[in-house]
Each structure stands twice: as structure tokens, then as C-alpha cells.
Design a binder for this molecule. Structure first.
Ligand code: AHM
Ligand code: MG
Length: 336
């Protein structure tokens, strides 16, 4: 027969953001435009990552980024794509990128500041393991013409955040402060399709921990003991935790959202302030996790989103996951 099943009423990202904007009173439509420029950057980066595997673009580009990591060609390309997309959007005034030492203030109009890690987890690129783009959006401070003050603000003031993970397909997880919605790129259509509406973190107590255990000797004693204890039979299950660590924050957080568990990158004697950057790694992920019904705290148990970065590339230790898992850590350090 010539009949087949097809959903003729799919919700694309564009349709989704237009309809959510219509529900917000006094919405100017600017955020809608900005999200549209963002999704173009994600598609363009996704496309280049796919192509890179064929064309063998992967390799050291020679330069190193502001935090001293070796920079690869795809990092440069991802960064350029992102900068150009934000410049072209017409409503972004300030941009912070992991790959740029200083913040960028664009000419012209714009009411938003965007912070991003264009290609996070790039040490995984050569192996074809998932990497991603992490982003956060602030509205400029009242009267601001665009300055560093617009981004040295707590994460609670972000108006949107999320990540796109470039895996077998590209997955975009987005929050504008009303829950989390997940989209999957249909490459034949060139559209992100709503596949995970109103996503909540899996809190079925799966008992997974995700941390670079190779750093054990650098951790302080409390953290060593905490993970040691997770490897013993648990009261709830009689079983030890499972370990899962990809080494791409986006992929590790993505799994944590979908399967549950605890992700952590604590500060240690080697990385005294932690490894992950507050503005464009910790804040967007903490915002997403909270909006999905989870939690995100620092090593000393403060809410991540309430941190105020002093410099754009500042770092923090981070613990995130379902409430039950993060609370287990808080109890272990005597903060609950
Ligand atoms: P990057 O921004 O240079 O890619 O570094 C950030 C990455 C995160 O994706 C990941 O969580 C972490 O670094 C892994 O670090 P490590 O290799 O020390 O475990
Ligand atoms: Mg990064």
C-alpha cells in the first residue's frame, strides 16, 4: 500500500520558541531572533564536525587558547562560526568565548550578552566521541552599552542557557527558565525537532557517579572518602555505584539528565579553583539541571548559580545531578 506513518505536525525549535514567546507578555521577539542565530551556529558546527572526520581537518592549529590548552582546528572553526553567528544576529552586544582571552563587544545595537564554550570536550574529537557547545544568555544591564559588567553576574540572572551535543545526532537542551526542552537535529530537514518536552532529570536512583578518578591523589580527604564510600554496597540497593566518565562535560551531563546520577569535577591540589569555567560551563549546566528538577553546588556546598565570577574565565568545582545524589554529597561534607 502507499500508506505509511508520518507525523505531519512536528514541533520545530523555531515553532517552539515562537509559541513560547507569544505567551510572554511584552516579549519583544529579540530572544527569539537570538535563539534562531544560536541554532544556526549549532547546525553549522555540527556539520563541520561531521565533515572533519572525512576531510581530516583534525589536528593542532598551532595557537593555544586563553587558558593554555592546545587548540585544535575545529576549536578555531567552532569559535569563528559562533562569533560570526552572534555578530550577525543583530541583537548580541557582548560575547565571551572560551577560546578568546577578552570579551568581544560588537559594533551596533544589541540587548544581549552571550557566553559560550564553542567546542567543549575537544580532547575527545580525534576519537569521534561526543563534544558539544555550551551557552548562556544575559540581558544587558539597564542602560549598558555592553561591558564586562554585563557578564560578571550570578547565574541566576541568565535568561536562557543550554548545550548542543554533537553525537550520532545533534541534541539541543534548552532552558529559558520555564523547564528544559530537548530537541534533536533532523539533518535531512535541517531542523531541530522537539523530542524531549519538559524534560525532568531521571531520579530513579540509578546510582551512577561521573568523575575523573585519575585525580584521586589530588583530592582532599573528604572527597576521597566520599567516592570510596560510593564504591561500597549502598544501603538503598546493597550494590556499589556504577562509574561512567566520558570526559566531555556535555556528554556526561547529558547522560546524567537522562539516566540520573552524579557528575562532579571538584577542585584539587592540581587545579586549585577547579577546572570547569563558571560562566560558560558551570552556569549553563547548573541552570539546566535546576530547571530539570536537579541540583548543582560547589565543593563547599553553595548553589552554583549564586556565584559571582570576578573574571570571565574564572573556574569552580562543581557537583550536579538529581537532588538525592547531590544531597548525598552535601551530607558527606556536613552541609545538610
Ligand atoms: P575543554 O573546554 O578544554 O574541552 O575542557 C573541559 C572538559 C570538559 O568537557 C570535561 O568535563 C573536562 O574537561 C574533562 O577534564 P579531564 O580530562 O581533566 O577529566
Ligand atoms: Mg570547555
Amino acid at each position: 500500500s502507499d500508506e505509511f506513518q508520518v507525523d505531519t505536525d512536528i514541533i520545530t525549535l523555531t515553532r517552539f520558541i515562537l509559541s513560547t514567546q507569544q505567551k510572554v507578555q511584552h516579549a519583544t521577539g529579540e530572544l527569539t531572533l537570538l535563539l534562531n542565530s544560536l541554532q544556526f551556529a549549532f547546525k553549522f558546527i555540527a556539520n563541520n564536525i561531521r565533515k572533519a572526520e572525512l576531510v581530516n581537518l583534525i589536528g593542532l592549529a598551532g595557537a593555544s587558547n586563553s587558558t593554555g590548552d592546545a587548540q585544535k582546528k575545529l576549536d578555531v572553526i567552532g569559535d569563528e562560526i559562533f562569533i560570526n553567528a552572534m555578530k550577525g544576529s543583530g541583537n548580541v552586544k557582548v560575547l565571551v568565548s572560551e577560546e578568546q582571552e577578552d570579551l568581544i563587544v560588537f559594533e551596533g545595537e544589541g540587548n544581549y550578552a552571550v557566553v559560550c564554550d564553542p567546542i567543549d570536550g575537544s580532547s575527545n574529537l580525534d576519537a569521534g566521541v561526543s563534544v558539544g557547545t555550551i551557552f548562556g544568555v544575559y540581558k544587558l544591564l539597564p542602560g549598558s552599552k555592553g561591558s564586562i559588567k554585563d557578564v560578571l553576574r550570578p547565574g541566576t540572572e541568565m535568561v536562557a542557557a543550554g548545550y548542543t551535543m554533537y553525537g550520532a545526532s545533534a541534541h539541543l537542551m534548552l532552558t529559558t527558565g520555564q523547564g528544559v526542552n530537548g530537541f534533536t537535529l533532523d539533518s535531512s530537514l535541517g531542523e531541530f525537532i522537539l523530542t524531549h518536552p519538559n524534560l525532568k532529570i531521571n531520579d530513579n536512583n540509578k546510582q551512577i557517579f561521573s568523575v575523573n578518578e585519575g585525580n584521586t591523589i589530588y583530592w582532599d580527604a573528604k572527597i576521597q572518602k566520599f567516592f570510596q564510600d560510593l564504591k561500597k554496597p549502598q544501603i538503598e540497593t546493597g550494590l556499589p555505584y556504577s562509574a561512567r566518565y566520558i570526559g566531555s562535560m556535555v556528554a556526561d551531563v547529558h547522560r546524567t539528565l537522562l539516566y540520573g546520577g552524579l557528575f562532579s569535577y571538584p577542585a584539587d591540589s592540581k587545579s586549585k579553583n577547579g577546572k570547569l569555567r563558571i560562566l560558560y560551563e558551570c552556569f549553563p549546566m547548573a541552570f539546566l539541571l535546576e530547571q530539570a528538577g536537579g541540583k548543582a553546588v560547589t565543593d563547599s556546598g553553595e548553589r552554583i548559580l549564586e556565584l559571582i565570577p570576578k573574571a570571565i574565565h574564572d573556574r569552580s568545582g562543581i557537583w550536579l545531578g538529581s537532588i538525592i545524589e547531590v544531597d548525598k554529597y552535601l551530607k558527606a561534607i556536613g552541609k545538610l
